[in-house]
Design a protein around this ligand. Structure first.
Ligand code: FAD
Length: 315
């Protein structure tokens, strides 16, 4: 039996058939709707399944990548030669206790989690309602918006490492910085997180969520496929303003374009390829550097092989 058949048999020992996908187009799983096929994808429901699949990959030397809702991912046109472990939707249990402690699994969507937290009249997570990813993606990215960020509410996180070891880290040990965390630096997988919130007024919480979502509707190109803000905020500047002031509003390469509505968002305007998108990123970095001497750093994560020398462009 060939090694990939053995690997597939191994997956079938862990998962139901409906949880396993082969040759899965990543364009179906990313908000950019870009990306070639992943050799394999699994959709776990439990920590035990995640642990077993990590160990299976280790024993077969199979590369694997953890993803959430794909709202911050640019996947290569060549896809991903390995296994995608998608923690979104299926792995999404949430428990709320009397004292405002919320424990949630990595796959829960931020919008759903913020609704649950609001239902329990807890305040402090309103900022997360409009972030279109999972809790796993949000902790890994230390996602934030409108003055709030994951770091402010997180007590601890349970992770699994590439050897299959499960550990719990407190807030400090997670090294949460601006769109960064130890999970990114050490390639760890978030399983679940514990957060603390204070009691609030339900109507005020819902009003704030509504207000922030309206602001997003007004300012962001939510009707187009994007990965949110493509670049991190450079110290002392706003990426969107630098790009706009560089004359790049609407600038297009292939099917990828700088949004007309918010220059910080690069969008998939017309069936863009990953190559179009990456070339646009490079060009934006080059032009902004030329005009303002500021090197933009992408916030979006890249997965797979890109045939460009994009690293030279400061990425
Ligand atoms: C319209 C729009 C608006 C946005 N607005 C915001 C915003 O206001 N603030 C903000 O911070 N971001 C924003 N984003 C970006 C994105 O939603 C966040 O980065 C989000 O946290 C990514 O979550 P995800 O589940 O989609 O992660 P993915 O895109 O699937 O993955 C992103 C990274 O997280 C890793 N990851 C995902 N899950 C796990 C896990 N369980 N364990 C370990 N690593 C994991 C992946 O490996 C990858 O490196 C926006 C995106 C869009 C499309």
């Amino acid at each position: 039996m060939k090694d990939f058949d053995l690997f597939l048999n191994g997956l079938k020992n862990i998962f139901l058939d409906k949880q396993i996908k082969q040759k899965e187009p990543m364009s179906k799983h990313t908000s950019l709707q870009i990306g070639g096929d992943a050799d394999y994808m699994v959709l776990p429901y439990s920590i035990d399944e995640i642990k077993r699949v990590v160990l299976l990959c280790k024993s077969h030397n199979m590369p694997f990548y953890i993803m959430g809702n794909g709202s911050n991912l640019l996947v290569s046109d060549l896809g991903y030669p390995g296994l995608i472990v998608k923690l979104s939707g299926g792995f999404s249990n949430v428990e709320v206790s009397e004292d405002g402690i919320v424990r949630a699994q990595a796959g829960v969507l931020m919008s759903k989690l913020s609704n649950v937290i609001a239902r329990y009249e807890l305040t402090g997570f309103e900022f997360g309602a409009g972030i279109p990813g999972t809790l796993g993606g949000a902790v890994t990215m230390n996602a934030g918006a409108y003055g709030g960020e994951i770091k402010q509410v997180l007590l601890s996180a349970t992770i699994i490492d590439r050897e299959g070891e499960v550990q719990t880290f407190n807030n400090e040990a997670l090294q949460l910085g601006y769109r960064s965390s130890i999970l990114q630096k050490q390639d760890l997988c978030l399983l679940e997180a514990t957060m603390r919130f204070n009691k609030g007024d339900k109507q005020e919480i819902l009003d704030r969520i509504h207000e922030l979502n309206s602001l997003r509707q007004e300012k962001q190109p939510l009707d187009m496929h994007s990965a949110g803000s493509t670049f991190k905020r450079p110290e002392g500047y706003f990426a969107g303003k630098l790009i706009c002031d560089s004359g790049l509003k609407g600038f297009q390469i292939g099917g990828a374009a700088v949004s007309e509505k918010h220059c910080g968002f690069l969008v998939n305007k017309e069936n863009a390829t990953a190559k179009d998108f990456m070339t646009l990123i490079k060009e934006v970095i080059r032009i902004v550097d030329e005009k303002y001497g500021v090197i933009l750093e992408p916030e979006v994560k890249f997965l797979g092989t890109f045939d460009t020398d994009y690293r030279k462009a400061g990425i």
